[in-house]
Write a protein that binds this ligand. Structure first.
Ligand code: ADP
Length: 416
């Protein structure tokens, strides 16, 4: 008897045995019977035509019917199923045929099974990767929704807090003023000063939250005016004098090329950037440490560096510190206060600084050998800002035209 004829004869025996061993519930077995029947017929056909590709649709159908729970794990259900089918088939042949017939039939059918197995593996990988990429898209969308609602919450909360805060601030100020005249040393006066300090802290947090929501929603608008960076640094040195003295730290401002050149930027916002970086430098540097502002001129840009002799930042944290609400475990709160050593903050300062610098068309990044509270490797913050000869705002450009003409006549500033 030829192998093809043998294969056809074994069809009903194969079907019954496979269904018996593979399925437990009657309904599934009925459902599967048709598919297995078709699979075996196609198997025989592929041997007759020497073309196994006729098995393709049935394998594809099985791959497409893989359920979510099939795809959730890392198990290869379809290839495992085919594996089992191949082993069962070989056993059935062994039990039903003599040795020579078994070897011949298996030899005939092997290319078809190899084809089926390869196709199953291919379709299963496609199904798994499709499922995983769908999951990734869903997670991404969920994250975006979460991020949006977080940003909406910050905006609403900040604006809702601002109005009552202004009222409290006004009344506290009036109370302070009236007490200052009558009893400046009284205990009430001390309490009122405490209230006012609290209000100042609260206002700065609310302002930061509003800035964050403006950056998140691309609403940060810059008021371009002439800026001399060295003047900003001097202003900050004066502003931070008390904190530096309290921490016995020295702030050195180097004079570097272009630091006294006129460029256009938002002075208030740039002050905020350098204030945030400098306050961190004070906070994360132990008492008696050094902080230095330096920089260099690059074609079309000015690069400012703020270095400290503080606790440093691990390389893997040097990007995430610019995310909002980042607080590194290494700098977990020891005390509260804006310039106390490792004093806690809401983790918004660098996020805001990055938003402002990027709105100016610049970049900000941190560099440090790592975090070490004993050896104090320090950190360097780089702020790269474009040197602008004119204001991008037409009205401002017109207003400051005489100044820019004067400057170009002197050939003072290199334009972009
Ligand atoms: P915070 O309000 O916590 O200071 P920031 O956004 O200003 O928030 O800073 C985020 C985190 O970056 C800080 O909590 C701190 O862990 C780290 N960091 C910032 N500046 C320095 C620095 N100069 N040295 C060491 N760590 C720093």
């Amino acid at each position: 008897m030829g192998e093809n004829h043998l294969l056809k004869t074994l069809h009903p025996i194969w079907l019954e045995r496979v269904i018996q061993s593979m399925t437990k519930s009657a309904s599934v077995s009925e459902d599967l019977r048709g598919q297995l029947d078709q699979f075996y017929s196609l198997l025989v056909q592929s041997v007759e035509t020497s073309d196994p590709s006729c098995l393709d649709p049935v394998i594809l159908g099985w791959a497409e019917s893989l359920t979510q729970s099939d795809l959730e794990g890392d198990t290869s259900n379809l290839t495992e199923f085919l594996n089992e089918l191949i082993l069962l088939t070989f056993n059935i042949y062994r039990e039903t045929l003599d040795e020579i017939q078994t070897v011949e039939v298996i030899g005939t059918i092997l290319p078809a099974f190899t084809f089926a197995y390869q196709r199953a593996a291919k379709y299963e990988i496609i199904a798994h990767s499709g499922y995983k990429s769908n999951q990734l898209i869903e997670t991404q969308q969920a994250l975006e929704r979460l991020e949006k609602s977080k940003s909406d919450f910050i905006a609403v909360a900040a604006h809702e807090l601002k109005t009552p805060l202004t009222l409290i601030e006004g009344y506290a100020y009036m109370l302070c003023e009236s007490h200052k005249e009558v009893s400046p040393q009284s205990s009430e006066m001390q309490l009122l000063n405490g209230v006012r300090n609290g209000i100042v802290r609260l206002r700065s947090i609310v302002d930061d939250m509003i800035d964050v929501s403006m950056i998140d929603n691309n609403l940060l608008s810059l008021n371009f005016q002439p800026v001399w960076l060295n003047r900003l640094f001097t202003l900050l040195q004066i502003e931070l004098k008390d904190s530096l003295n309290e921490r016995q730290q020295v702030l050195t401002i180097e004079s570097f090329p272009a630091s006294d050149d006129l460029s256009f930027g938002d002075p208030e916002r740039l002050l905020q950037v350098f204030r945030n970086i400098l306050m961190n430098a004070i906070k994360y540097t132990p008492d008696c440490g050094n902080i230095c502002i330096d920089g260099r001129k690059l074609p079309g840009f000015i690069e400012v560096t703020i270095s400290d002799t503080g606790i440093g930042i691990d390389p893997e944290d040097q990007d995430i510190i610019f995310d909002k609400f980042t607080r590194l475990t290494s700098t977990s709160l020891h005390s509260s206060g804006k310039t106390k050593f490792k004093g806690g903050g809401p983790g918004l300062g660098l996020y805001i600084a990055k938003g402002i610098v990027e709105s100016h068309g610049g970049a900000i990044w941190a560099e440090s050998p790592g975090y070490d509270e004993k050896d104090l490797p320090g950190s360097i913050f780089h702020v790269l800002l474009p040197l602008r000869a004119d204001s991008p705002d037409q009205k401002m450009a017109k207003l400051f035209e005489p100044l820019t003409h004067f400057r170009s006549a002197k050939g003072h500033v290199e334009t972009q």
